[in-house]
Ligand binder design. Structure first.
Ligand code: CA
Length: 425
């Protein structure tokens, strides 16, 4: 019975074998499992994931509000926080984070998913992936163009189609989940799922305790190459009346906070860093210094040039593939107040435009009923150009009579006006 269940929890992270800092953040408590995998450069990804976890974990302090409302409000607040940080320091523009969260209300979990971090459930020995990656390769899998096995080794498997970027177009998957006693839930960053197969994850997750499972999963990721930061947040549904196991790391009831959020990265520009204080600079991670205000050196300029070139090459390769795919898609939206057909997809990737104006109609968006108007502003997807044109025709039928092709002619006023004539000078 679900009302007799309690959540046991643990969280563990490791920087991995090739990265110099940890951009993942994780949090686990008796009511909230949360993970964020930051991106956007070594010294911004940690800020993004840390800020997101710091804001979203506030949903943990329970009120009687609906858990899904509470979670989505916290996610929205985290997104606004990222927007504020970017506005305050344009150097971190483009930073973002994935979000994986499960909020327990005593009966069910409210679940939020965004990006390529994953949620898995282990039930009766069977591992199920609960989340669907918001990635380019997943879209290829969905269309049947590549197999999940091919997606695993695809060179552009880390290209995200959705993430939390501090912008208005935030699009998160929300759902409810009914747990059962004995279920184990795993939230992980791609540093685990890229390195370790589902079979091995299932085996490790079934360990005697969730603490052993967490250690084993991280060990497997490092053994598999440790190419990225690896973070696991695990929850287990137990009988609430059962004796608490004093050997578990959650036995003291205190939340676990790991990764970047535990190190609390601060916004670089606004942070008061005293560069003349040698003890302070020793304590600062060299990666963080890249954002500290200091005179540029030739070495630094070279480093930047190499970094930018690498990024541009990566974007070039990934962008070409995405572009090929996107150019077979259409959607209907607006251009300068008029309904317009676009080729491509209505997705804004950092530094990458995937949409092009195909044609603009004479249909004024303001003449549409408000629901259709909102739809148009968000963009209506179409499977083909014909489909897009059909959508426009349908919209035309919905448009207000003023814009119908046969407007009633304006009748000149013949009755003399009693109002004083307006004289233009
Ligand atoms: Ca990652």
């Amino acid at each position: 019975m679900s009302h007799h269940l309690a959540l046991r929890y643990t969280a563990l992270t490791d920087v991995g074998l090739r990265r110099s800092n940890n951009q993942d953040s994780g949090y686990a408590s008796s009511h909230l499992l949360l993970l964020a995998d930051g991106m956007g450069g070594a010294a911004a990804g940690d800020l993004a994931s840390s800020a997101a976890v710091t804001v979203i974990r506030r949903a943990d302090s329970g009120t009687d509000d609906d858990a899904l409302d509470r979670l989505s409000e916290a996610v929205d607040a985290a997104n606004r926080r990222l927007g504020d940080l970017i506005e305050a320091d344009p150097a971190v523009e483009g930073m973002g984070t994935t979000i994986e969260a499960m909020l327990w209300d005593g009966q069910r979990f409210a679940v939020a998913h965004l990006g390529d971090s994953r949620a898995y459930r282990l039930r009766d020995g069977e591992l199920t992936q609960l989340s669907t990656d918001h990635t380019f390769v997943q879209s290829l899998v969905d269309e049947g163009r590549i197999t999940p096995a091919e997606a695993r080794y695809h060179p552009h498997r880390s290209l995200l189609l959705r993430a939390m970027l501090g912008r208005d177009d935030l699009e998160v998957d929300y759902s409810w989940l009914e747990p059962r006693e004995g279920d184990r839930y795993l939230l992980c960053s791609d540093g685990l799922s890229d390195m370790v197969t589902d079979d091995l994850i299932a085996e490790a997750l079934a360990a005697d305790s969730i603490d052993v499972a967490a250690t084993e999963l991280v060990r497997l990721a490092l053994e598999g190459g440790g190419a990225d930061n690896v973070t696991v947040v695990i929850g287990e549904m137990v009988d609430a009346r059962a004796e608490a196991d004093s050997g578990l790391s959650c036995a003291d009831g205190r939340p676990h906070l790991v990764g970047a959020a535990a190190e609390a990265p601060q916004p670089r520009i606004s942070a008061e860093v005293d560069l003349h204080d040698s003890t302070a600079s020793l304590a600062v991670d060299p990666e963080e210094l890249r954002y500290a205000p200091r005179p540029p050196s030739r070495w630094r300029a070279l480093w930047w040039a190499a970094s930018i070139l690498t990024v541009l090459l990566a974007i070039g390769a990934a962008g070409w593939l995405a572009y090929q795919w996107s150019q077979e898609q259409y959607f209907v939206s607006e251009d300068d107040g008029y309904v317009a057909i676009y080729r491509g997809v209505n997705v804004d990737l950092p530094l990458l435009t995937l949409k092009h104006l195909e044609s603009v109609t004479d249909l004024d968006v303001d003449d549409l009923p408000s629901y259709q108007r909102d739809q148009i502003r968000e963009g209506i997807e179409a499977n083909s150009l014909d489909d897009a044109e059909q959508i426009v025709d349908d919209l035309r039928d919905e448009a207000a009579p003023e814009s119908s092709p046969t407007p009633s002619p304006t009748v000149p006023t013949t009755t003399p006006s009693t109002a004083p004539a307006v004289v233009t000078q």
